[in-house]
Design a protein around this ligand. Structure first.
Ligand code: LLP
Length: 438
């Protein structure tokens, strides 16, 4: 994975930094990010578009991992940014992210969130539904402000991990349906509003997708509609945003394509379709989250207790679990791991890695081969960079781990470890007065 190596002491090294030294300095659990790998992934997407001579924007879907330092890094790499809430927008503003490169998503943006986006003049708002369309028009009218928008459409394609099925009418909470006239009505209303400047259309067909078929089908369906609307509405959007969802390899079961490959095939097909339909080539925007950060992140845990269930299995428990990585419990997600302190030793034991939460479902990895593992060994779980920290929680009042960035042999703390005091920061005591009146 990335710049991960085994050093002379037999320790796992990431970004030129010995992970055992990181554990000594910061403790466990600990999220470690390989900055060089994030840069490499970001550049690969950008360079593919440049090579193809396509006008494009690559927006990082910050829901995958949003912290001030991460957004500063994305800014440094010249990407745009996708935010989906006031909180993510606030983080972007604190990171001094260029507002004109921020795209604001969400299927139920509140009035306050829209006002915040308008006040800070974000680059565009991705309008999801009629309620939002009306609210945004009225807010802009009140403020006498014009805002750039994309219209989010559901193209009627369900993408799954390894396959896809066509659904006539997509059953989704997101976007305007492309098939039943909703999308056309929305586009017409938006084009008629003098406060909404329609840049283009957006779709997102799913996440952790391994094929280009779904993306291509979605693009074709949208372009065909665009050709119809060119006649019916006399309007052709300039931007086609094909969303994120490019898959990555968590274990050998996963067979993703190279990011450049997704982009190249998509562009080729869009080119063909636009020629066939006599449409101008649109600007292509994408918004990868997972594929930019997942394999750059590794979580380090200390091994604590273990339990042998004779003839069945051995449970080995770590000092974290579903509080720092919800994905196994929520999606049955699979991960690979090794012992970071004995990275060059041959696997001997078949063990199952348990978290520390009071919940039987808090299992990080079932049936993992490790050297004869014991208390105080350090477990490194790979590919936890996306939707790990961002979905971390305080179940069982467990504090969230810190985040460290490593690059060229240097480490930098970018999120501090949560303290017990932090956990209680919002709690207020039950007062005497309340007791008397109740
Ligand atoms: N754009 C839109 C509109 C999205 O809804 C998403 C993800 C993305 C982009 C980025 O997708 P990515 O490239 O990261 O696949 N928590 C789940 C993933 C939820 C994805 C939601 N939307 C997980 O841990 O697998």
């Amino acid at each position: 994975y990335g710049t991960a190596e085994i050093n002379k002491s037999g320790h796992l090294e990431i970004g030129g930094k010995d992970t055992i030294e990181l554990v000594e300095k910061y403790g466990t659990p600990l999220y470690v990010y390989d900055v060089a790998l994030i840069r490499k992934r970001a550049r690969a997407f950008k360079q593919t578009f440049e090579k193809l001579g396509i006008k494009a924007q690559v927006a990082y879907a910050s829901k995958a991992f949003s912290t001030i330092a991460m957004l500063q890094l994305i800014k440094e790499e010249g990407l745009s940014l996708d935010v989906v809430s006031g909180g993510e927008l606030f983080t972007a503003l604190k990171a001094d992210f260029p507002v004109e490169k921020i795209h604001f998503h969400g299927n139920n943006k509140s009035e306050d969130e829209l006002v915040m986006a308008l006040e800070h003049r974000v680059g565009c708002i991705v309008v999801d539904n009629f309620h939002e369309l009306h609210m945004l028009h009225h807010l802009c009218q009140e403020r006498q402000q014009v805002v750039n928008i994309l219209i989010r459409v559901t193209p009627g394609i369900e993408a799954h991990t390894h396959d896809y099925i066509l659904t006539g009418q997509e059953d989704s909470k997101f976007g305007f349906d492309l098939q039943n006239g909703q999308a056309e009505t929305a586009l017409q209303l938006a084009v008629e509003s003098k406060f909404l400047n329609v840049l283009g259309l957006h779709c997102h067909i799913g996440s952790q997708i391994f094929e280009t078929t779904g993306f291509i089908l979605a693009a074709k369906k949208i372009l065909e509609k665009m050709a119809e609307w060119q006649t019916s509405l006399g309007f052709t959007p300039k931007v086609l945003n094909l969303g994120g969802g490019f898959g990555i390899r968590y274990t050998d079961e996963d067979t993703p394509l190279d990011p450049a490959h997704y982009v190249e095939e998509m562009i080729q097909e869009v080119r063909k379709a636009t020629t066939r339909l006599s449409l101008p080539m649109p600007e292509i925007w994408i918004e990868p989250g997972r594929s930019l950060v997942a394999d750059a992140g590794t979580t380090l845990y200390s091994i604590g207790s273990s339990k042998e269930v004779p003839n069945i299995r051995k449970y080995v428990a770590v000092d974290g679990g579903m509080t720092d990585n919800l994905r196994p419990a929520l999606y049955d997600a699979k991960y690979e791991a090794i012992l970071a302190n004995r990275a060059n030793e041959e696997p001997k034991d078949l063990v199952s890695i348990a978290g520390k939460c009071c919940e039987s479902g808090d299992m990080l990895i079932w049936d993992l081969s490790l050297p004869d593992v014991g208390t105080n060994d350090i477990l490194a779980v790979f590919c936890t960079g996306a939707y790990g920290y961002s979905m971390a929680n305080n179940y069982n009042r467990i504090p969230r781990p810190p985040v460290v960035f490593v690059e060229n042999g240097h480490d930098q703390l970018v999120v501090q470890r949560e303290t017990y005091e932090d956990l209680l920061r919002l709690d207020l005591p039950f007062t005497e007065k309340t007791q008397h009146t109740s």
